[in-house]
Design a protein around this ligand. Structure first.
Ligand code: AFD
Ligand code: MN
Length: 387
C-alpha cells in the first residue's frame, strides 16, 4: 500500500475511549483515588475530549449505565458535541446490585431476570436519546460450584434475555455481546468464550455481534485467530482493547504485548476493516489504577495507532506470493519487517498534517490540563466503579 493510502486510512481511524477509564479504579481490594478525577459524566467527557484534542483519532466516548446516568441524555450528547466528540457505545451494567448475587439474566429467580432485562431495555432507550449505535453487553454471570445451577438452563435464560433486548433494537442499532473466561471464584462462566458469544449472536440475528476484549482469554490464546474467524463470519462487532500480564488486568492497550496487538491489527488491515466503514468499533476498556489516567489513555490510543500503522505497511502482494509458494521464512520476514519498522516519524508527520502537535503526550503534559482540573475538581464525589 502506498504511503498516501496508509496515511489516509490512519487519518480516518477512530478509537473510542471509555468514560470509566477517567474515574478512580483499583484492585479487588482497594480503589486508589487520584487528583483531578471527574465527578460526573460531563467532566468525564471533558477528559475524553482532551484525549481527542491531542490524538485526533478518539472522537467518541463510551458510556456505562448507571455510572454515567444523567437526567437529560440529549443535553449530555450536545455537551459532548460542543467539546468536539460524540457519545459512543452504551455499556449495560448488571453486575453491581445485590439482586445479581446468583447472576443477572441467568439468575434462577425470574424476577431478577426481569429486572436485568429491564435494565437492558433502559439502555436501548438511552441509545435512542443519544444516537449511540451500539449496546454493549457483558455479564458477570456464572456459578461458583458444581451443581449450583443447571448449565444448559442458564443458557436458555441468557438466550431469552438477549432475544428480548435484541427485539427492542431499531434502525442500525447493534447488540455487542462480550465474553470473558472467568471472574475470580467462578466454576463456570455463562459467556466464557468467543464460541458462546458467537453462537448466541447467530441465534439472534445479523445485528448481534461479538466483542473481543483482549484481556478476556486464557494465557497463550491466539486472539488474532478469533479475530480472523469472526471477520470471515461478519460477526466481529467491536474490540475492548487493553493488555494484561496475568488476568483481566485492564492495563494500557499494547503495553504488555505490542506484538500481539500488531498481529491483531494485521488481521484487521488485511480485511480492510481499519476505518469506521469496516463496521468494527475499536474501544478501549481499561482502568488506570496507579498511573495518571488521561495520559495513560492517550498512550493507549497511540499504541493502537502505531500497531495499525505497522500492519498497514505489510506488503500484501509479496506476502501472498510467499504464502502461495510455501516460502515460510520469506512470509514471516515480510510480517516481521513491518513490525520492526519505526512508524513514529510517519505518525508525527501525519499529526502535523492534521494540525496536531507531533508528540501528543509531550503536548498534553505541557498543556497543564491535569493541574487545571485537579485545582478545579475539589469536593464532590470522584467518579469510580461505584463498587
Ligand atoms: C469489564 C468488562 C466489560 C465492562 C467493563 C466496564 O470487560 O467490558 O463493560 O469492564 O465494567 O472488565
Ligand atoms: Mn471489556
Amino acid at each position: 500500500m502506498n504511503p498516501t493510502a496508509i496515511t489516509d486510512i490512519l487519518r480516518r481511524q477512530e478509537i473510542e475511549t471509555p468514560s470509566w477509564a477517567y474515574g478512580n479504579s483499583g484492585t479487588r481490594f482497594k480503589v486508589f483515588a487520584q487528583p483531578g478525577v471527574p465527578r460526573d459524566p460531563y467532566e468525564k467527557i471533558a477528559d475524553a475530549a482532551t484525549v481527542h484534542r491531542f490524538t485526533g483519532i478518539a472522537p467518541s466516548v463510551a458510556l456505562h449505565i448507571p455510572w454515567d446516568k444523567v437526567s437529560d441524555y440529549q443535553h449530555l450528547a450536545a455537551y459532548a458535541a460542543e467539546h468536539g466528540i460524540r457519545l459512543g457505545t452504551i455499556n449495560a451494567n448488571v453486575f453491581q446490585d445485590d439482586d445479581y448475587r446468583l447472576g443477572s439474566v441467568t439468575n434462577p429467580d425470574p424476577a431478577v431476570r426481569r429486572k436485568a432485562v429491564e435494565h437492558l431495555l433502559e439502555c436501548v432507550d438511552i441509545m435512542d436519546a443519544t444516537g449511540s449505535p451500539d449496546l454493549k453487553l457483558w455479564f458477570a454471570d456464572g456459578t461458583n460450584y458444581p451443581g449450583q445451577d443447571d448449565l444448559r438452563t442458564r443458557q436458555d435464560r441468557l438466550a431469552d434475555a438477549l432475544q428480548q433486548a435484541y427485539a427492542r433494537l431499531t434502525g442500525q442499532q447493534r447488540m455487542l455481546l462480550e465474553y470473558k473466561l472467568f471472574e475470580p471464584a467462578f466454576y463456570a462462566t455463562d459467556v466464557p468464550d468467543w464460541g458462546t458469544a458467537y453462537a448466541h449472536c447467530v441465534e439472534l440475528g445479523p445485528r448481534a455481534q461479538v466483542v473481543i476484549d483482549t484481556g478476556h482469554h486464557a494465557p497463550g490464546t491466539n486472539i488474532e485467530f478469533i479475530v480472523a474467524f469472526l471477520l470471515r463470519q461478519h460477526r466481529l462487532g467491536a474490540f475492548d482493547f487493553n493488555s494484561r500480564f496475568y488476568a483481566d488486568d485492564d492495563l494500557m492497550a499494547g503495553a504488555a504485548d505490542p506484538f500481539q496487538l500488531f498481529r491483531i491489527m494485521n488481521e484487521i488491515a488485511a480485511a480492510g476493516a481499519v476505518t469506521p466503514d469496516g463496521g468494527i468499533a475499536f474501544m478501549l476498556d481499561q482502568c488506570h489504577n496507579i498511573e495518571p489516567k488521561i495520559q495513560a489513555v492517550i498512550r493507549s490510543v497511540l499504541n493502537v495507532q502505531e500497531a495499525t500503522a505497522k500492519a498497514l505497511l505489510i506488503d500484501r502482494t509479496a506476502l501472498a506470493a510467499a504464502q502461495r509458494d510455501g516460502d515460510v521464512l520469506a512470509a514471516n520476514d515480510i510480517i516481521m519487517d513491518a513490525y520492526h519498522t519505526d512508524v513514529r516519524p510517519m505518525l508525527r508527520q501525519l499529526r502535523e498534517d492534521m494540525g496536531l502537535e507531533p508528540e501528543p503526550i509531550a503536548a498534553y503534559r505541557a498543556s497543564g490540563y491535569l493541574a487545571k482540573v485537579s485545582a478545579e475538581r475539589v469536593g464532590g464525589n470522584a467518579a469510580g466503579w461505584g463498587a
